[in-house]
Design a binder for this molecule. Structure first.
Ligand code: XBP
Ligand code: MG
Length: 255
């Protein structure tokens, strides 16, 4: 017997909002320029860098693989941490201008979930300040209160694809994986949610469309809206045109 669905666990970057190309990437470049560095992360290079989650981890990965010429300061970790603090300021400032909206269908789905009495949480590798800024600028000043748990960033030692952030979220909510469903957009994301034994709904974006989503219960090109249907890339859409709570429940019941 399938356990009743109690909670929806959301990834942020790429899932709730398309933040990477025009948000995080731009903020990294502004931080680099501000620090007098000539590093430029193009749209194409950033796709490769997204192999690693976490901004500090991604910067180190860049230096190790794409900028080996750079003369590293002795205190590299501290240098990267300072750079990343500046990146976070640029990113949250960018969000404060309203530059990044929620993906179509997200607001409707969150409202439906609340009305249906489902519990909501966030499980992300991004920095907590980034989540606050996104939720405030899209849902309103009380945006964070829509979510019972906001698990983010360095709160767990190992970022996605490790399962830690999802396990942490479920522990906080005192829920088993069977009672939850995860929403993700990337391969690192689904590896994390699947290792935590969560059924996972995927909505892809430009950066993740060719990722491997083996084991996802469904892969969609978006959440869809009544006047803008989604396309099912893999799985059974149960004759629906857009993601609503009925479909979420149907997908959760699927074995
Ligand atoms: C998101 C990330 C984050 C952001 C940047 O991955 O990898 O690193 O790109 O955020 P996911 P920070 O959507 O799988 O959680 O710079 O704050 O780390
Ligand atoms: Mg993501």
């Amino acid at each position: 017997m399938v356990v009743k669905l109690e909670a929806l666990l959301f990834d942020v970057d790429g899932t709730l909002a398309d933040t990477e190309r025009d948000g995080h990437r731009v903020a990294f470049n502004r931080a680099f320029a501000g620090a007098g560095l000539d590093w430029q992360w193009s749209v194409a290079l950033y796709e490769k860098l997204l192999a690693v989650t976490g901004g500090k981890e991604r910067t180190l990965y860049y230096l190790e693989n794409y900028n080996t010429e750079f003369k590293r300061p002795e205190n590299l970790e501290e240098f990267v941490a300072d750079l990343h603090k500046s990146k976070t300021r640029h990113y949250t400032n960018l969000l404060d201008t309203g530059a990044i909206p929620l993906r179509p269908g997200v607001l409707r789905l969150l409202n439906e979930a609340k009305a249906a009495g489902l519990r909501l949480a966030i499980s992300t590798t991004t920095t907590p300040a980034n989540v606050s800024a996104l939720l405030k600028n899209t849902l309103g000043e009380d945006g964070e209160s829509w979510f019972e748990v906001i698990a983010a960033g360095d709160i767990v030692p190992a970022k996605k694809p490790a399962a830690d952030i999802y396990n942490y979220t479920m522990e906080q909510m005192n829920l088993s994986a069977e009672a939850c469903i995860a929403f993700e957009d990337s391969e690192n994301g689904i590896r994390s949610s699947q290792t935590a034994k969560l059924k996972t709904i995927i909505t892809v974006n430009g950066y993740t469309v060719s990722h491997d989503f083996e084991g996802a219960i469904i892969v969609l090109d978006g959440f869809g809206e009544p006047d803008a249907p989604f396309n099912v890339l893999k799985g059974n859409g149960h004759n629906k045109d857009y993601m609503d709570i009925e479909l979420v429940k149907q997908l959760h019941q699927q074995s």
